[in-house]
Design a protein around this ligand. Structure first.
Ligand code: URA
Length: 187
């Protein structure tokens, strides 16, 4: 395990624990407030993220930023990370062994950030964090509590780009998250 952010970040940057290292430009570790109450977990970097070294800066990220703005969440107030930190070639889904190899980094990020609420963006994040019995179609929009963290599974923003009808549900889920954050901060 890692003792500090510096240790975690330097390990990530030289990581060769799976095949994804061989094509990367940048390791995409995470972005945002390292003391956030609210964290978002996506799948893995795309081409834009690989180039810039920052999660969710491409098309899906822009859509997510718009949703944040719409409901009054500031991107810089939350912490954003991914299941895998190097880009899967051609934007394919990460393989199970790649996700497993990368999981210690994400585990450490969650331990360091100590979020109260985690939004799981899409099936890959959902299944890798909560387990294979979960599925985004049946479980999105429903809170799951585990080890004192509340999880909200919702669609991956890239899915909204493919199917506009999902936008309303994504929006609804994020509004639910906003309400939860407000009630947490009151108590
Ligand atoms: N999709 C993801 O899952 N993560 C990113 O960082 C960008 C796109």
């Amino acid at each position: 395990m890692y003792n500090t952010w510096e240790e975690l970040e330097s390990e990530c940057k030289k990581c060769k624990k799976c095949r994804l290292y061989s094509n990367r430009t940048n390791v995409v570790i995470g972005t945002g407030n390292k003391n956030a109450d609210l964290m978002f977990i996506g799948e893995g970097p795309g081409a834009d993220e690989d180039r810039e070294g920052i999660p969710f800066v491409g098309k899906a990220g822009k859509l997510m930023n718009m949703a944040f703005e719409g409901i009054g969440i500031k991107r810089e107030d939350v912490y954003i990370a991914n299941i895998v930190k190097c880009r899967p070639p051609g934007n394919r889904n990460p393989e199970n062994d790649e996700a497993t190899a990368c999981m210690d980094y994400l585990r450490a990020q969650v331990i360091f950030v100590k979020p109260k609420v985690i939004v799981l963006l899409g099936n890959i994040a959902l299944k890798n964090i909560l387990g294979n019995t979960y599925g985004i179609t049946k479980d999105r929009g429903k809170w799951v509590e585990k080890k004192q963290i509340l999880y909200m599974p919702t669609f991956h923003p890239a899915a909204l780009l493919r199917d506009e009808s999902k936008k309303i549900l994504f929006w609804k889920d994020l509004q639910e998250v906003k309400l939860k954050m407000e009630s947490i901060n009151k108590n």
